[in-house]
Design a protein around this ligand. Structure first.
Ligand code: GS8
Length: 220
């Protein structure tokens, strides 16, 4: 019998969504356990004692933490299952890891700073966010996906942020559509994939959730 697969996640987490998209792409059956991050389960605390964060992938006796590591693990542990997410060529693999790291270092941070701030600070964060998107659009170029002809590792890593682009807490206008049309076309292409559309939360619910956080942080 195949080892049981369990994923610990939280619905608004782009990190958890990466793991879900990768599992869906590979067609792997798993049990999804939604965590209450305000009252973490013993399973989460025991399986990720270092960071105590989701996502955590449990594959039989094996525990894998950190979303980028999880996506690469899924690709390698189920190597025989298509699609293969990582490029075969070492240089292309290095490039994919570079852009995944860029998404990780810049997008979450800038995006969060937009809703956590007001006034001038918020304008600075919005500008920075747009600059990051433009750089990503440059890397995408004329390709349909970051992975080239097919949806790959960087697509899995970046696609969870697609639900942020159309919400007012990020921009409040259509500036991203005007400035990054190729990226928006990529978002639409990703959303046509079931692995993405079934994983990403409803933007309206996400908006409400962020509204609640803004109140909590006193930035409304
Ligand atoms: C980040 C995971 C993370 O921040 C990854 O997996 O890539 N580098 C990690 N998880 C958050 C939820 S998303 O905001 C989390 O679990 N937070 C709980 C906490 O900080 O207590």
């Amino acid at each position: 019998m195949a080892d049981e697969v369990i994923l610990l996640g939280f619905w608004t987490s782009p990190f958890g969504m990466r793991a879900r998209i990768a599992l869906a792409e590979k067609g792997i059956e798993y049990e999804y356990k939604e965590e209450n991050l305000a009252d973490k389960s013993l399973l989460l605390l025991k399986s990720n004692p270092i960071h105590k964060k989701i996502p955590v992938l449990i594959h039989g006796e094996k525990i894998i933490c950190e979303s980028l590591t999880i996506v690469q693990y899924i690709d390698e542990a189920w190597k025989g299952k298509s699609p293969v997410l990582m490029p075969a060529d070492p240089y292309e693999r290095a490039n994919a890891r570079f852009w995944a790291d860029f998404v990780d270092k810049k997008i979450y941070d800038c995006g969060s700073r937009i809703w956590k701030s007001k006034g001038e600070a918020q304008e600075v964060a919005k500008k920075e966010f747009l600059e990051c998107l433009k750089l990503l659009e440059g890397e995408l170029g004329e390709k349909p996906y970051f992975g080239g002809e097919s949806f790959g590792y960087v697509d899995v890593v970046f696609a969870p942020y697609a639900c942020w682009f159309h919400t007012d807490y990020v921009h409040g206008n259509s500036i991203i559509e005007e400035e990054c049309p190729k990226l928006i076309a990529w978002v639409k292409r990703c959303m046509e994939k079931e692995s993405v559309s079934k994983t990403l939360p409803d933007p309206v619910k996400l908006h409400e959730f962020v509204g609640g956080l803004k109140k909590k942080y006193g930035v409304e």
